[in-house]
Design a protein around this ligand. Structure first.
Ligand code: SF4
Length: 356
C-alpha cells in the first residue's frame, strides 16, 4: 500500500475525486465527518469534499449506526464542485442527473479519459486521436518478441497499418485479452492443463442486493443520483472481520449507492406482484418513488474454471472470433453472498420499510 498510495493520490487529483479522508499522515481528520474508520492512512486529502448524500443514503447511514456499524461517505469520481485537475482539464459540479452509469456526462463531472486526460494531450503537437478506428491486431516481429505496430480499420472501413516502436494495449479488460489472443501475444490459457496465462484468472464481482420499499410518505426519488455517490459500510470488507467461522475468503462493502434508477433497468415491486399486466403496472407506479436498493459488492476470486478464450463459433463484423467468457459462481462466492446478506439485512430492517 505504501508503494501504491502516491499513485492513488495522483490518480484522484487527475480524476477530481470527491470524498472524506479518515486520516492524513497519521492524523485522524474524518471522525464524525463521514470518514471511513477502516480506511488506510493517506498522504493527502481528497481533492474535493464528499458529494451530498441522497435521502436513501441518509436513511442507510442512520440505520447502519443503529445496528452498530461504521458508515462513511463513499468516495466518488463524480465532482462535488467545479474543479481543475493538474493537467488543466476543467470539470463542472455533478448535478445528480441520474443517468450516470453507462452514459457520458454532459456536465464534465464524471472522471474519464476524455474529460480528464485527452484535453491535455490535445495540446501536444505530436498527438493525434483517430476516432472510429478498430484495431484488429498488434503486429509482431517474426519471432514474436517485439511489437511493430497495429493493423486497424478506420472510420471509412479501410484496413490500415500503423507502424510503431511501442504499442500500449489500453482497451480495458475484455478487449485487452481479445487483442492479445488475436495477435498471438503470450500463451493462451488452457483450463485442462492449467498452462498458459492469457485469459486465465478471470474474476468478476460478487453482488448481493436487498431492496426496501417504504410507505407513500417516504420519497427516495430514485430518478436522481450519481454513479459513485452514497454511504458505505466496511465492517465486513477485506480482513476487517474474523473469517474463522465464516468458511470463505474475501469480503464486501455494503452501500446505498443511488446511481439513478433508470427506466426499465429498475422497477422493484412488492413480493407477490405478478410479473406483467395491469397489476404489475400499478405496483410499479406505487413503489418506484418509495424504494431504495442496498448492495454488498464484494470480492471475487480467481478459479481454474473461469476464463476467457476465443469463441470457436461466433465472429465479429471483421470476421474475427469473438471473445468467449466461461464463468460460474463457486462455493466461496455463494457462501460469501449469504453471509453478507445476513449482515446487511439488519440495516434494511432498522429502516422499518413496508417490504424487504
Ligand atoms: S450524475 Fe453522473 S452523468 Fe449526471 S451530472 Fe453527475 S457525474 Fe454527470
Amino acid at each position: 500500500y505504501d508503494e501504491l498510495e502516491p499513485f492513488f493520490d495522483k490518480a484522484e487529483k487527475v480524476f477530481g475525486t470527491s470524498g472524506t479522508a479518515w486520516s492524513i499522515k497519521g492524523k485522524v481528520v474524518g471522525k464524525g465527518r463521514g470518514g471511513n474508520a477502516f480506511a488506510p492512512d493517506r498522504s493527502d486529502d481528497f481533492p474535493l469534499p464528499a458529494q451530498k448524500n441522497t435521502w436513501s443514503a441518509q436513511l442507510f447511514e442512520k440505520a447502519a449506526l443503529e445496528v452498530g456499524y461504521h458508515p462513511y461517505n463513499l468516495p466518488s469520481a463524480n465532482t462535488s464542485d467545479s474543479y481543475t485537475n493538474p493537467y488543466g482539464a476543467q470539470m463542472g459540479p455533478c448535478n445528480f442527473c441520474g443517468f450516470c452509469s453507462g452514459y457520458a456526462c454532459y456536465m464534465y463531472s464524471k472522471a474519464s479519459p476524455n474529460v480528464n486526460i485527452l484535453p491535455a494531450l490535445r495540446q501536444e503537437k505530436r498527438f493525434e486521436l483517430r476516432t472510429n478506428a478498430n484495431v484488429l491486431k498488434v503486429n509482431l516481429t517474426d519471432d514474436k518478441s517485439r511489437a511493430t505496430g497495429v493493423t486497424y480499420v478506420d472510420g471509412q472501413g479501410r484496413e490500415m497499418e500503423q507502424p510503431a516502436d511501442l504499442v500500449i494495449i489500453g482497451a480495458f479488460q475484455f478487449h485487452n485479452v481479445h487483442l492479445m489472443l488475436l495477435s498471438g501475444i503470450g500463451k493462451p490459457y488452457n483450463p485442462e492443463t492449467g498452462e498458459g496465462v492469457v485469459g486465465r484468472n478471470f474474476a468478476y464481482q460478487n453482488m448481493t442486493t436487498i431492496k426496501a420499499i417504504f410507505d407513500k410518505g417516504t420519497y427516495t426519488n430514485p430518478f436522481i443520483g450519481a454513479g459513485g455517490n452514497g454511504v458505505g459500510v466496511d465492517d465486513f470488507n477485506a480482513d476487517n472481520f474474523d473469517h474463522g467461522a465464516a468458511g470463505f475468503v474475501g469480503g464486501s462493502p455494503f452501500w446505498v449507492n443511488q446511481a439513478g434508477t433508470k427506466p426499465i433497468s429498475g422497477f422493484p415491486v412488492p413480493p407477490g406482484t405478478p410479473a406483467w399486466g395491469s397489476k404489475w403496472k400499478a405496483a410499479v407506479a406505487d413503489t418506484y418513488t418509495h424504494h431504495l436498493s442496498m448492495d454488498a459488492h464484494g470480492a471475487h476470486q480467481s478459479y481454474r474454471q473461469n476464463y476467457l478464450d476465443l469463441d470457436p463459433n461466433y465472429k465479429n463484423v471483421f470476421g474475427q472470433p469473438l471473445l468467449r467468457m466461461t464463468f460460474d459462481w463457486q462455493e466461496n462466492d455463494i457462501k460469501m453472498a449469504q453471509f453478507m446478506f445476513d449482515k446487511m439485512a439488519p440495516i434494511a430492517k432498522a429502516m422499518k420499510p413496508k417490504y424487504i
